[in-house]
Design a protein around this ligand. Structure first.
Ligand SMILES: [Zn+2]
Length: 143
């Protein structure tokens, strides 16, 4: 299940914050990203006035292929996430004339005032997964 956060109450006033503590089984089949345990996310969304700021930490387990011996192995994965989403788009919601420019694709507050947290986690994970993971520091198999 994707983790969808409703930020309607957060948008009501500047300075409001929303604590998130979610554990959810998430899968990302399109990205070859195999999570062997549910994703735990603990963090906070804050309405700064101009933007929504997200600070949090993801922890899960990832199934990786060792770059040396090619064996699959399970690796604990932790990642700090810091994101900021500008609120200028609110005008767009009001006018209901949402035209997608290319840069809007990284903007993840939907017209229904939700944030797809699992998508944020996916992008952050993909950006920080090791390019050449090793099953152990001692893996000595040669390719
Ligand atoms: Zn290995």
């Amino acid at each position: 299940m994707p983790i969808i956060i409703d930020i309607t109450s957060l948008l009501e006033s500047v300075g409001k914050s929303l604590k998130i503590d979610e554990t959810e089984t998430v899968s990302y089949p399109d990205d070859n990203l195999v999570l062997s345990s549910p994703v735990k996310f603990v963090g906070t969304f804050v309405n700064s006035g101009n933007s929504i700021i997200l600070n949090g930490k993801v922890s899960t387990n990832v199934n990786l292929d060792c770059a040396r011996c090619l064996k699959e192995f399970d690796s604990p994965f932790e990642l700090d996430i810091d994101e900021e989403y500008t609120l200028d788009q609110e005008k767009v919601w009001v006018n209901n004339e949402r035209e997608l420019k290319e840069e809007d694709f990284c903007f993840q507050i939907g017209a229904d005032k939700t944030i797809n947290l699992s998508e944020i986690i996916r992008q952050n994970m993909i950006a920080s997964l090791p390019i050449k993971p090793l099953c152990s520091v001692n893996c000595t198999a040669s390719i």
